[in-house]
Design a protein around this ligand. Sequence first.
Ligand code: 2HG
Ligand code: ZN
Length: 467
Amino acid sequence: MLLEALTSLLGPRGLITEPADTAAYSEDWRKLYRGQPRAVLRPADVGELAAAVKICAAHGARIVPQGGNTSMVGGATPSADGTEFILSLARLNRIRAIDAVDQTLTIEAGATLKAAQTAAEAAGCMFPLSIGSEGTAQIGGILSTNAGGNNTVRYGNARDLVLGLEVVLPDGEIWNGLRRLRKDNTGYCLRQLFVGAEGTLGVITAAVLKLVPRPTEREVALCAVPSPEAALALFTRFHRNDPAAIQAFEYMSGLGMDFVLKNIPGTTLPFATPAAHYALVDLATPRPQAGLRAAMEQLLEAALEAGDIGDAAIAESEAQRAAIWRLREEHTEAQKREGASVKNDVSVPVSKVPAFIAEATAACQALMPGIRVVPFGHMGDGNIHFNLAQPVGMDGAAFLARDHAIMDTVCAVVRRYDGSFSAEHGIGRLKAYMMPDWRGGAELAVMQRIKAALDPAGTMNPGKVLP
Ligand code: 2HG
Ligand code: ZN
């Protein structure tokens, strides 16, 4: 009955049941979880999507919304018992409107982040959210996880870049909140409830995103730094000079860079000697004749004199800029090729990043001798990916079996610095077990009441976020 109703609504293009065809939707990018969906639903537009959700709701059927399936925490993988439907947003990928005066882009949830960036550029603007998986990750997933990425230091997280939303609620009703106002104080801010909810309260189907003017000047440098402390001193130097020019400020460890140079063909350092640590500085501005190049050179020179950097290479062309960024963006893939790894997407106050790295490193090495510590990430906003690679020669599965012990060891240090156990990747399935410990009491109780109010049957993305 249920499958028949969905088939006649969605047609053959809109419903996949063959295991060979559903396989790609059933496993997460990290291969931590493999589920077994009842079917994959691929509605063509919001009307079809809402009707499909309504049919599922009438049957009490569970739904796992899925965008580009790039979750780092198993946020879009179905259970293994064959009861859940994957709801793919892939066909809702239209640009609905763009306005270069209002600086807004109205776009459907299944469009990739790259498509949003490209549309903004074509209108002389920029959509400033940038993450490694932007060619695959979709707008709905980015908003549902409140993604951060490289440019948070300047433009905030996904949450800060959304003016309006269209959402299909768990009962199939459509809420059209696609307003593009800069001021709108009209009661509870519903859109922010769905941003970061990871599809547990409803399905984001379209959004109004904020754009910014496109930069006209850009300077990117890779710096060899002696320590995380020196990287922080370098950040402070740039921040004091002109916070509004910092597009990104990224930290990388020597070992993480070694993994990239070893595992990713075609990558090379832009200077002769490998360093113990690295900082990537990206400056950009839409202001004409802003003199970014001079500022970059002066500040790096001063940092060199102060001993905060040992060497630096400023990109001389778009190709060199891309090559420097590639050294950073390939960290994830390079670690994947190095063997099993446990990820800790955590944040601490920016000032505490060096101390956190030192203490978490010592704690992990005490827990497991030979463990390889690969911290990197968004130093400018305090979000470090404190990743651990398996000791050389250790069995990958045996290493992954210790994931909670490793995560808890890192998070004990995070807690000492009043940080967060999930900075930008979300909770998904992987970290739901940590919610009572970190957000228990009034905070989790309120979340559970909100969940019960909006999704009383508990059919939306079960097992994610809330334990
Ligand atoms: C990044 O900053 C992503 O590149 C992925 O958030 C981080 O692989 C990771 O742990
Ligand atoms: Zn990141």
